[in-house]
Write a protein that binds this ligand. Sequence first.
Ligand code: GDP
Ligand code: GDP
Length: 469
Amino acid sequence: MMPVVALVGRPNVGKSTLFNRLTRTRDALVADFPGLTRDRKYGQARFGELEYIVVDTGGIDGSEEGIELEMASQSLAAIDEADVVLFMVDARAGMTSADEAIASHLRRCQKKTLLVANKTDGIDADSAVGEFYQLGLGDIHQIAAAHGRGVLGLLETALAPQLELLAGETRDDADEADEEHEFDDATLEDAMAVLDELEQEEAAPFEDAPIKLAIVGRPNVGKSTLTNRILGEERVVVYDMPGTTRDSVYIPMQRDEQDYILIDTAGVRRRGKVHEAVEKFSVIKTLKAIEDANVVLLVLDAREGISDQDLSLLGFVLNAGRSIVLAVNKWDGLSQDVRDDIKRELDRRLGFIDFARLHFISALHGSGVGNLFESVKEAYASATKRVNTSMLTRIMQMAQDDHQPPLVRGRRVKLKYAHAGGYNPPRIIVHGNQVKDLPDSYKRYLINYFRRSLQIVGTPIRVEFQEGD
Ligand code: GDP
Ligand code: GDP
């Protein structure tokens, strides 16, 4: 479940302002992929426990010829993929013909739409927004995106069904959460023993589960060719699963006795079955596939080099905490000189993700494709590795012995113990005194120390710091 919220409205009503307020990442994914003529921005956002995707659809200025057609065909294709549309108008500027044109399209779309009057700060909002009732879209949600006013209430309404679902799940978990306080009064040793026991009790839930593997990348990098190559190999046992046109196709398969669910964003399998036009690249489909995967296989094109979009997709994968394997495709037929150049560029631009395995493959000829699965399994094993409190604490202490934390206001930061806080991606919680004051350089040192000691490959690690016991 990864709801998509689309921001729609004419230019200057405050869409970017709201987008920036909602998204948790600084750098949004800007899509100027071929085939999508308007720029759209995609961002990850979170409301409490609920993660969702925000799309800024870009402005429609109302001066386009045949605006309805225009909107229906492309810019507002995002509406089709969204769970809820926030239609923004400017309370200060009043209603315009562009607002009316957009409203009439939205009324016909039959998509859950909330009418949002922005810039209600410092004006008599109730009387200013009155005229917008004519748009026939029901209640008007008054906000001031620039100041955050009204935004939480708006989200509560927009995401109500998803929040309700999530609340149901959280209630089931409540009992488990209570257990965490049992060792409050115990000594450190006791606390660690209790934690270790709790960890033992939980059976490793990941061992028999299929690995959800998403194959993603820009248009034309070779995703379909790769998917076909994988599915065409004899050792692969493929089952069929029905799907809808809007979403990725989920293909259960087995390889070397490991079960996988291939998340096919290119729509290969469906295309093979039904006579359907080649599907358009869809950013939302890609982002949803990433969120839903355990491991993401990001396909790059050796002949195109690394583009900003590759880096945006990579950023999205890491932000989502997913494991990753990189495949540089179209490695066939390149001279040694060209290959050396490409490798130098990859080193330079992908240095920050040196924990991920990089493969050079040819989907067309099949070379290197089989080896991908070793890295996929390794990344998944890393992401779900069970480590107990005593081991994590020992590693943390070794790191501390090798390299003392710095003094903060004359007192040395003291790390006490560490325990696992979750998997997929691995989360490690470090307890100690003044840990919030640790400089970023020391935090990075610790993360790398955990990574090396635990041999964690292909997955981001999250280390969190908690004051005291
Ligand atoms: P977009 O074109 O729809 O993305 O609009 P922007 O987010 O770029 O905002 C257009 C202008 O409106 C900018 O100058 C913003 O600072 C301003 N603005 C956005 N939200 C608010 C608000 O809540 N109150 C006021 N007073 N100005 C706002
Ligand atoms: P998608 O849009 O990512 O699914 O890309 P496709 O699989 O449709 O491939 C785009 C183009 O690249 C097609 O013309 C493919 O034949 C070509 N292509 C894909 N993989 C390779 C490869 O390994 N080597 C070469 N030389 N061409 C490839």
